[in-house]
Design a protein around this ligand. Structure first.
Ligand code: 2BA
Length: 110
């Protein structure tokens, strides 16, 4: 049994959750914030049997689309506002999803 963490963009959340639910995956949705951009994103926690992990990842891939490059200004360095950096453009990739798969040692519902 595995626990899949999928960090997705807010924009994709509804479609991913609907598609996964339709295929009978159980999901816990967490409102999270990326440490780098400090923007809200959504983390989905999905526990499933090993043989369903790939199906789950395929659905997430399909619904989240491709990664895109965006250019942003960097208002924060080490947690503090740095006015000198506010106009410095930085290019990052966003979109798609970031997925971690971990083993579940014990699963129980009481
Ligand atoms: P953020 O931390 O806000 O990162 C947004 C995007 O900024 C990242 O997209 C990446 O393209 C870039 N980025 C992140 N950290 C960076 C750094 N130290 N230097 C330069 N560029 C950096 P994604 O890789 O698609 O990540 C999207 C979100 O997924 C992240 O939002 C974070 O919430 C989560 N995430 C990604 N990798 C993670 C990891 N190894 N551990 C925990 N969370 C992660």
């Amino acid at each position: 049994m595995k626990l899949i963490y999928a960090i997705v963009r807010y924009d994709n959340e509804d479609e991913v959750v609907s598609a996964l639910t339709k295929q009978h995956f159980s999901i816990t949705k967490l409102n999270t914030t990326g440490g780098f951009l400090r923007k809200g994103n959504t983390t989905l926690m999905i526990v499933t049997e090993d043989e369903h992990v790939q199906e789950c990842i395929d659905i997430i891939k399909k619904e989240c689309g491709k990664r895109q490059k965006i250019t942003i200004n960097m208002p924060y360095i080490s947690g503090a506002a740095m006015m000198n950096y506010a106009t410095m453009p930085t290019t990052v990739e966003v979109g798609g999803a970031t997925i971690f798969v971990t083993n579940v040692e014990h699963f129980e519902k009481i």
